[in-house]
Design a protein around this ligand. Structure first.
Ligand SMILES: [Zn+2]
Length: 445
């Protein structure tokens, strides 16, 4: 369809996750919402795909790695394209080998030509921001920070983190799973699945012997962490004063209802992650060539909607499993996802405001960590004065209405005094709003 119908023109003013809520509560008909989300994905594909493919015509290189040189401009300055020798910049060269291995895996095992399956050229950016302990896909770039140096080192060190971010690009261009609640946790899990497939392939390991740790290499020495996530044993990857304790559940009985992190997308992904591990072992062979092919087939089958939940995704993998149908169904049953699994209720927002105080909770990021801080804006000090000035200048209401959740980006919840609070996506931050959030968060760190 070339132009969206007039009757659906209202779609584009409502963020996808809100559409999902409206469908759930019966405010909008489900069919209408699905059509809206489909059109929205198409339009985004066209905007993004067009730009990226235009660049691809200039060269046969499948990727270009840039440096942001610690700024937050994307993509930054190009440093190295495919076919060029090592740059000597460790982060750039790690990104280069990580993306090469990832593209090869998708080509050789899944017969997929880049994230759009039409050879789109990958734009990667290393050295993003200052002390930026995160990596993300923003719809056009794979972006990697160098870490904060106290808990995290540079995120390019783990090839599986690069495959994870590429996985978000693939999901956006296939099932388009909305990055909120269960569909968001599936979006996260699928990225971890591709990450583990790559990691095991690079290690020459099959599903029986392979590692299920994601992001093993990105911690500074002395942090008590085996990885960001343990797909085999969710909830056991880390336990450290600087980081907290791995909050992932391994079974539907422990599903976490939360509004943080777009509805716990980095938390509840533990459940489908473990289902994949069990399926990969039951199917046998390599994770990529065995259960990985089944998961990829489900993702690209057209059976899923953008708001599919765990139960729907499980059904799609069972349908794609062929002779392994029973093994895949049993893997999901072991984590409590069956035909009888009840839909989880929409999470309720906890009170985020306190009288007389400006408070910020930052959640999300590929780490899925929650960081909090607060300021008494009436205090007589420089920080309080700066917060007062920024509050006068920023428009939190319009920031809260800007931008749908993006994979692995931060989510900020800011409470002002009693009763006023806003959820702001990282993509919606202007310089003043970012400064305000950072000032308020600084207290606790
Ligand atoms: Zn992610």
């Amino acid at each position: 369809m070339d132009t969206p119908g007039d009757t659906l023109s209202s779609c584009h003013f409502v963020p996808p996750y809100l559409m999902q809520e409206l469908a759930r509560t019966g405010t909008l008909a489900e069919g209408y919402v699905h059509e809206c989300l489909r059109i929205d994905t198409q339009l985004r594909d066209r905007r993004r795909g067009g730009g990226v493919r235009a660049t691809a015509r200039d060269t046969t290189a499948r990727w270009v790695v840039h440096t942001a040189d610690h700024a937050e401009e994307l993509p930054g300055e190009p440093v190295r394209s495919e076919g060029e020798p090592e740059s000597g910049d460790a982060a750039v060269d790690e990104a280069a080998s990580g993306i090469t291995a990832t593209l090869d895996l998708f080509r050789d095992v899944f017969a997929r030509d880049s994230f759009d399956d039409a050879g789109a050229r990958l734009l990667l950016t290393a050295h993003y921001g200052r002390d930026y302990a995160n990596a993300f896909w923003d719809g056009g770039h794979l972006v990697f920070g160098d870490g904060d140096g106290t808990v995290f080192t540079r995120f390019t060190r783990a090839a599986d983190v690069i495959a994870h971010e590429f996985g978000h690009a693939v999901t956006e261009h296939t099932a388009g799973l909305v990055y909120q609640n269960q569909s968001g946790a599936l979006n996260e899990s699928v990225s971890d699945v591709f990450a583990a497939c790559l990691k095991q392939q690079l290690a020459g390991a099959d599903a029986a012997a392979g590692s299920w740790l994601i992001g093993e290499e990105i911690f500074v020495p002395g942090i008590n962490a085996r990885g960001l996530r343990d797909m085999e044993n969710p909830g056991t990857a880390y336990d450290d004063p600087a980081l907290g304790r791995d909050p992932q559940p391994a079974h539907m009985d422990d599903f976490v209802e939360t509004v943080d992190d777009n509805g716990g997308v980095h938390i509840n992904s533990g459940i489908p992650n473990r289902a994949f591990v069990l399926a990969a072992r039951a199917v046998g062979g390599t994770s990529a060539g065995g259960a990985g092919r089944i998961w990829y087939a489900a993702l690209t089958s057209g059976e899923l909607t953008t708001v599919s939940d765990f139960r729907a995704f499980a059904a799609a993998t069972v349908a794609a499993a062929g002779e392994h149908e029973d093994a895949v169904r049993e893997a999901w049953a072991q984590v409590g996802v069956t035909d009888g699994t009840a839909e989880s209720p929409a999470p309720q927002a906890p009170p985020t405001t306190q009288p007389g105080v400006v408070s910020v909770r930052r959640s999300g990021g590929i780490v899925g960590q929650v960081v909090e801080g607060s300021v008494d804006p009436t205090a007589d000090d420089d920080r309080a004065r700066a917060v007062r000035e920024l509050l006068d200048r920023v428009d939190l209401r319009s920031a809260a209405e800007t931008g749908a959740p993006q994979p692995d980006r931060y989510v900020y919840e800011i409470g002002i005094g009693e009763g006023e609070s806003y959820t702001v996506q990282e993509v919606a931050l202007d310089a003043d709003t970012r400064r305000l959030m950072e000032l308020v968060l600084d207290e606790g760190s």
